[in-house]
Design a protein around this ligand. Structure first.
Ligand SMILES: NC(=O)c1ccc[n+]([C@@H]2O[C@H](COP(=O)([O-])OP(=O)(O)OC[C@H]3O[C@@H](n4cnc5c(N)ncnc54)[C@H](OP(=O)(O)O)[C@@H]3O)[C@@H](O)[C@H]2O)c1
Length: 241
């Protein structure tokens, strides 16, 4: 398995869930911008599941030398890369913040996804799982730079799924609502609408096994977003969301 964004607790919970369920991976490639923390996770799964894993440095804000990844191949790719950034007024007018959000969530991520998608296409098998967000379903004032990058990522995954369909590669788009992770630490999240990393991983694993195209974490978010998407614009623009 190839994991992008390996310090994500959701990514780690998914890896554990898959191994607990008896999935077999020749090797797990853990891509990360935080090598030290990921090394600890790698040791944990190597010991607990007798799994072979390798930690590979990846910082999407830096130039990427794709030659370094030539030997990396797998049947499952799990992309948990994401960056919330600052959704405040200061954040909005801070171009560095805006560029970082767009780069990490979309513009630097997509070439990397394409690089691996090409390998999957050549093998004519496998599943690519991309974590997007409900924030991409409709732009809201509190986080629309992040939301717009996620909307673009959702559209990318949709197109990739369509393109790879007759090449026998499946693409799963995951749209989490709230998840209690380091990304949302300190935010006032409604517990009834918030998934733990374990819950999210179980939900994603189920969607992976059922070869779903799009899956919400938790399912209640598909109803919430259906309502949000259908609020007429003349009302929506007045809301403080
Ligand atoms: N938490 C939520 O409520 C929520 C809601 C909707 C969608 N999502 C999405 O779900 C996914 C997982 O998020 P999470 O909640 O687990 O948050 P998270 O812990 O912040 O995970 C995001 C991961 O992105 C990777 N990343 C960040 N900057 C990077 C960079 N410059 N280069 C390479 N990788 C970078 C990091 O992995 P490394 O440290 O290993 O590099 C980080 O662990 C993300 O796509 C997020 O946008 C989360």
């Amino acid at each position: 398995m190839i994991v992008l964004g390996s310090t994500s607790e959701v990514a780690q919970a998914f890896v554990e869930k898959a191994l607990q369920e008896g999935e077999k991976f020749e090797k797990i490639y853990l891509f990360t911008s935080n090598k030290e923390t990921t090394e600890r996770f790698a040791t944990h799964i190597d010991v607990k599941f007798l799994q072979q894993s390798e930690v590979i440095e990846l910082d999407l804000t830096k130039e990427i030398d794709y030659n370094r990844f030539d030997y990396v191949t797998s049947n499952v790719l799990f992309c948990a890369v994401g960056y919330l950034g600052e959704g405040t007024q200061e954040g909005l007018y801070d171009n560095r913040n805006t560029e970082r959000i767009i780069d990490i969530n979309y513009s630097k991520l997509v070439p990397l996804m394409n690089y691996f998608a090409h390998k999957f296409e050549s093998r004519r098998s496998g599943t690519i799982i991309g974590l997007s967000s409900v924030a991409g379903d409709r732009g809201r004032q509190s986080n629309f730079i992040y939301g717009s990058a996620k909307a673009a990522f959702t559209a990318y995954l949709s197109g990739l799924r369509n393109y790879l369909f007759d090449k026998k590669v499946h693409v799963l788009t995951v749209k989490p609502g709230f998840m209690a992770t380091k990304m949302t630490e300190g935010l006032p999240l409604n517990p009834k609408l918030t998934a733990s990393p374990k819950q999210a991983a179980a939900c994603i694993y189920k969607a992976f096994k059922k070869q779903r195209n799009v899956a919400y974490v938790l399912p209640v978010w598909s109803i919430i977003m259906m309502i949000i998407r259908n609020i007429p614009e003349f009302i929506f623009k007045k809301l403080k969301l």
